[in-house]
Write a protein that binds this ligand. Structure first.
Ligand code: FES
Length: 174
């Protein structure tokens, strides 16, 4: 699985809707090598998750450009040929896709997002070291995807800001 971290995390300034709605946004340095590509993010079970809008089949935009990413059961659907992806992990569940999606690494508050269960959570790349150094004072919750661990917002706490740290993928199929 490829993993890419931005030199500077990208703050999401727009309101992020609850699943099954999603916010579309353009992000730089996407997996396909273009200057930028479209992604989508949404709230799901007290987490914020997001993926690049490229199918694991033909790498086409999955929403036919109308912002509708989910089927009646709430799974991510590619409306080009009907592939389905898990709405939390981005793994391919059914359909002609060969791989899962590229998921976004998303952080809330200021605490570095990392795998808290990992024996070695130290930053290893220059990008990670740079980012982690600039975020050593924080204590608030981190919301991220998949292997980075997660925690939710508590009642009464200030709503966190969300930052996109980078991306990883493609997610393995189920
Ligand atoms: S392009 Fe998505 S299923 Fe074919």
């Amino acid at each position: 699985m490829r993993r890419h971290l931005y030199d500077q995390p990208i703050e999401v300034k727009e309101s992020i809707p609850e699943h099954p709605r999603a916010l579309r946004l353009d992000l730089p340095e996407p997996p396909n090598g273009d200057a930028s590509d479209q992604a989508f993010v949404y709230r799901f079970d007290d987490e914020v998750v997001g993926f690049f809008n490229r199918c694991g089949h033909v790498r086409l935009p999955m929403d036919l450009d109308d912002g509708k990413f989910f089927d009646r059961e709430g799974m991510i659907i590619c409306r080009v040929h009907g592939a389905r992806f898990d709405e939390r992990s981005g793994a391919c569940i059914m359909g002609p896709a060969y791989t899962g999606l590229y998921r976004l690494l998303i952080q809330s508050g200021n605490r570095p997002a990392h795998d808290e269960n990992s024996k070695d959570s130290s930053p290893t790349t220059p990008s990670e070291q740079s980012f982690y150094k600039s975020n050593t004072m924080a204590e608030s919750s981190a919301v991220s995807t998949g292997e980075l661990g997660s925690s939710g917002e508590r009642a009464g706490e200030q709503a966190p800001n969300y930052r996109i740290l980078g991306w990883e993928g493609p997610v393995a199929s189920k």
